[in-house]
Design a binder for this molecule. Structure first.
Ligand code: ZN
Length: 710
């Protein structure tokens, strides 16, 4: 009691208002962790747009895994990890669990039931880490380096969060983020019932839901986690620099603001995650769609320019795509900071988890009474995965260039190798997927290995009145709303909470494409065409989510489940050519500066230098950097690092000069921040070359002349 009084007094002094949880003996434990997961940044295809030509040429911002471990002592524990990758993946979860369970410190703590990995859905992260053929076509197969880098980052972040967990208080807040998203399939949205639409002011969710984590003793903030609906597509399919896009930037800003001044990017203890939710039909390109050739607005109904869909793309709000990522990221960051500062709703009580694997290629279940989908409590089923025609058209965030229907003309060697394996849909499959015209009958092809997922995970986490339902899919706006509402109803009905907050964690643990509502499915825009398990997919997810809620209420544990799907890495095809040597030219040296930075530069301007370099695939420099921006400190005579390649203001661009000689250059740019201190600076480049004979890896460094920020 005395201890509590002292703590309260101390807390009041530092401006921390203690809550009921803070003064009780039993605290929830929370730990946070963050780790670099940047894989090869050159020559590897990016995940999301499925554009063969979008292969890496360098790095804009490092990709991170951000973990939050929550534990009710002597009861349940879970880890929620938001990753700057395209999406969660069963391969990555499986590998991360393998790593966690071979580390003596985390052995036996985490399994499929209580580890959630949710992708922010940046479209500027390397591809090839998903285990299914469809997602390996443009990446020329399975990319082990990406898969391993992602899994290692999750493992390190979770291990750090687990090791640092301590008594914490959790509070929540929610509020609107205006002007940061737009619906990219508004005509499909309009097919949802008028009465249902009337319940919501917008055709996208504008609300951000946020959790704030504080040390229970000192009140110091340790982490922030929020969910807001927007695609990671501010950077379009012409971008070739690895980046966290708008959510990566928002995390970077938040962590910079809260960690002590001068903290090198990536080394701060405070972790801020901007996680994905029901972003399926939600774009950050809020100015609308324009033709890339003419600059005129696209045809509204079909999203085309002169009848061609390739030229129509979303735009805005910035002067270029990096500016757009900056603006959309800043809007999320600013609102999150307000919500974080004012968060006052205590989140405390029982911590619990439930999980299930369900076969969605043939899941039969009763529709609820009065269901919009036909509803007289008759049984319906989901179908083996299939993509409709609109899938190949892509979206206005990235028009499709898959050329599926012209497989015989393609120059993609991976596609050539597998194109004749596609199956014709059966009559039953056509009827099951109706009205989807089936372009790719992926769910029924298993050669050379599976083309699509069929057994999918669903996960439910609870902290008191706060519930997280994690889905392996991109839910559209209305699909997410229905899921949240029905889970909340079930929670209330089961007596778990009178006033629950339910958030949907999208793109979690596996990638099962999109989930549109039954009504949206009828229009077969991109999201409907990519709802691979058929028209009743959403209801099937809801049915199983309600089952998990009821299990949680009744104490049934574990929930009924199929075994975890297997993943045989030995089967995976990889056709991406290996990199076997670099050269630099006679009399030249790696790290030589071929273009020096300009002598003086103003704040807000870009300073640039070019070095003789080598392929960055030689060494991905996990937790390190390809560059530093350094400021001279006259009093100590030392150069201090002010920015690295994890910063949003720096860009590392790699250019291969000759495909035969393998000589290459690195150009490093720094957009001098408006708040940069005046003075003398230099740029350093760090890389590794591979010797022509023997393939030995040798590190090198290049250093520019100094320049002045004036
Ligand atoms: Zn998407």
């Amino acid at each position: 009691m005395i201890r509590c009084v002292v703590l309260v007094a101390a807390a009041v002094l530092v401006g921390f208002v203690p809550n009921a949880a803070a003064s009780s003996e039993k605290h929830i434990l929370v730990g946070v962790g963050s780790a670099d997961g940047t894989p090869e940044v050159a020559q590897v295809n990016f995940m999301g747009y499925a554009v063969l030509a979008q292969v890496g040429e360098g790095l804009h911002q490092r990709l991170r895994a951000r973990a939050f471990v929550v534990e009710e002592p002597s009861s349940k524990i879970f880890a929620f990890v938001s990753v700057d990758f395209g999406m969660g993946a069963h391969t990555v979860t499986t590998r991360a669990l393998e790593l966690l369970n071979t580390d003596a410190k985390t052995k036996g703590v985490f399994d499929y039931t209580n580890l959630c990995i949710s992708g922010t859905h940046t479209h500027s992260s390397p591809a090839g880490f998903l285990g299914k053929v469809l997602f390996q076509i443009t990446s020329l197969g399975f990319q082990r380096t990406s898969y391993e880098a992602y899994a290692q980052a999750v493992y390190k972040a979770v291990a750090e969060a687990y090791a640092t967990r301590s008594a914490a208080t959790i509070s929540s807040n929610r509020g609107l983020v205006e002007d940061a998203n737009i619906n990219r399939s508004p005509t499909a949205y309009l097919l949802n019932p008028a009465a249902e639409r009337a319940k919501y002011p917008n055709n996208t969710d504008k609300e951000m839901v946020l959790l704030k984590f504080q040390d229970a003793t000192t009140g110091a903030g340790i982490g922030m986690l929020n969910w807001y609906s927007v695609h990671g597509t501010s950077l379009n399919n012409t971008n070739k620099l690895v980046s966290g896009d708008n959510k990566g930037y928002a995390s970077y800003l938040f962590e910079q603001a809260v960690n002590p001044a001068g903290t090198v990017t990536g080394e701060g203890k405070f972790v801020a995650a901007f996680a994905a939710t029901n972003l399926g039909d939600v774009s950050p390109n809020i100015n609308g769609t324009f033709c890339m050739d003419t600059g005129l607005p696209c045809d509204n109904l079909h999203s085309t320019c002169n009848g061609r869909n390739e030229m129509c793309t979303g735009r805005g709000p910035g002067k270029d795509m990096f500016d757009s990522a900056r603006i959309i990221g800043t809007r999320q960051y600013k609102r999150a900071m307000e919500l974080y500062t004012q968060a006052a709703t205590v989140v405390d009580g029982t911590v619990d988890t439930r999980h299930t694997f369900v076969d969605f290629s043939k899941f039969s279940f009763p529709l609820p009474m009065n269901s919009r989908e036909g509803g007289t409590n008759g049984n319906v089923t989901t179908c083996p995965g299939a993509m409709g025609y609109a899938f190949a058209a892509g979206t206005t965030d990235g028009p499709g260039m898959f050329n599926f229907v012209q497989a015989t003309n393609t120059t993609n060697p991976f596609w050539n190798a597998v194109s004749d394996l596609l199956s014709k849909p059966t009559k039953e499959q056509i009827a099951c997927q109706h009205p989807k015209p089936i372009l790719l009958n992926i769910g029924e092809v298993t050669k050379p290995y599976d083309w699509a997922e069929s057994v999918v995970p669903l996960q439910l986490f609870r902290i008191g009145d706060f519930f997280i339902i994690a889905v392996p899919s991109e839910f559209t706006t209305m699909a997410g709303r229905r899921m949240r509402e029905r889970v909340a109803d079930a929670v209330i009905k089961a007596g778990l909470s009178k006033k629950p907050t339910v958030v949907l964690a999208g793109l979690s643990n596996m990638y099962g494409d999109y989930t549109a509502t039954f009504e949206e499915y009828q229009e077969q825009r991109y999201e409907g065409a990519s709802t691979i398990f058929g028209p009743h997919e959403l209801e099937a997810f809801i049915f199983n989510a309600v089952r998990l809620v009821n299990d949680m209420a009744s104490g049934k544990n574990p929930s009924d489940t199929l075994p975890a799907p297997g993943f045989d890495i030995k089967k995976m095809i990889d056709l991406l050519p290996k990199w076997d040597y670099d050269t630099v030219g006679i009399g030249k040296h790696y790290g030589d500066v071929t273009v020096q930075p300009q002598g003086t530069v103003k704040r807000g301007q870009i300073v640039e230098a070019t070095f003789r370099s080598a392929n960055p695939r030689n060494n991905i420099r996990t937790g390190g950097t390809f560059l530093t921006i350094e400021k001279f400190d006259a009093s100590s005579g030392k150069w201090n690092v002010v920015a690295n390649d994890g910063d949003f203001d720096t860009k590392f661009q790699w250019k291969l000069e000759s495909k035969i000689l393998h000589n290459s250059f690195a150009t490093i740019q720094w957009e001098v921040p408006l708040g940069a201190a005046l003075g003398e600076y230099r740029i350093q480049h760090f890389n590794t070359h591979k010797e022509l004979l023997g393939g030995k890896l040798v590190d090198f460094t290049g250093t520019t002349n100094s320049f002045r920020v004036v």
